[in-house]
Design a protein around this ligand. Sequence first.
Ligand code: ATP
Ligand code: MG
Length: 260
Amino acid sequence: MKTIVIASLSGGQGKTTTAFFLGKLLSQSAKVLFVDADPQSNLTFFLGHEVEANAPTLLELIKALVEPAEAVYSLSNPNQFLIPADDGLSNAQEYLASSGMGAVVLRTRLKKLAQYFDYCVVDSPPARTQISIATVGAADYLLIPAEASTKGVNSFIRTLELVQSLENLGAFTGSILGVVPFRDKWFGRSQSKDSASAIAAMKEVAPQLQIFPSILESERYKQALNQGMLLNELGYEELENPFKAVTKALEIKSLYVVEK
Ligand SMILES: Nc1ncnc2c1ncn2[C@@H]1O[C@H](COP(=O)(O)OP(=O)(O)OP(=O)(O)O)[C@@H](O)[C@H]1O
Ligand SMILES: [Mg+2]
């Protein structure tokens, strides 16, 4: 199983959007486990899952109150599975902080599920908290969506700083797949100045990292999300390019990297 963590340390950077479309696309030819690691539980909602009272979620998995498989739910698509969240996930903060090795807890728990899935796609919360530290620590591949704006550049930088600090502690053992610019604005054939300069700044900050095709500013992504569908199913195949490019990058990496 390859664990792809979607992280960006600011609100509204396209994390959930990216997790949703990338996971769905991968599930066309592989078994995908979605993990909702955000107490806002937007991914759980968009995947159409309702958490029942007292049903195990990511919280119980993190706290090791259940076997990992007990927190996994099948979705209507036979290739898609979910470890859901609800707002109770905030209670994981204290547990992770006091465990003394919070950054490796999620990675350790997910290992038990590795034999059942090809990919695990993790949606992270927006702030630098124990939970986001645990998701980054669980990554084989980290993907950073960042708004094509000054706020997005800052979110990108903060995320790189978190990765660096975990790397220094030996708690990040994955690799950064790259950055996906989010809400890139174009007017016909010309890109807005703000978008262009923000993406240029991202390149300058991390020239070694891949910049994937942008998620364009468009209502169509929301439309597809709300309907639980892929963009190509709604006739907007070209808007799927960012996720196709990430899928391709993952396939190429798998040719060179020995599976853990
Ligand atoms: N292509 C797009 N153009 C404009 N808005 C979009 C696009 N795709 C998604 N959105 C909207 O942008 C908002 C932020 O997207 P998303 O929820 O994916 O970000 P996030 O990083 O997960 O946010 P949070 O940090 O709150 O979890 C959402 O309201 C979403 O519907
Ligand atoms: Mg989100």
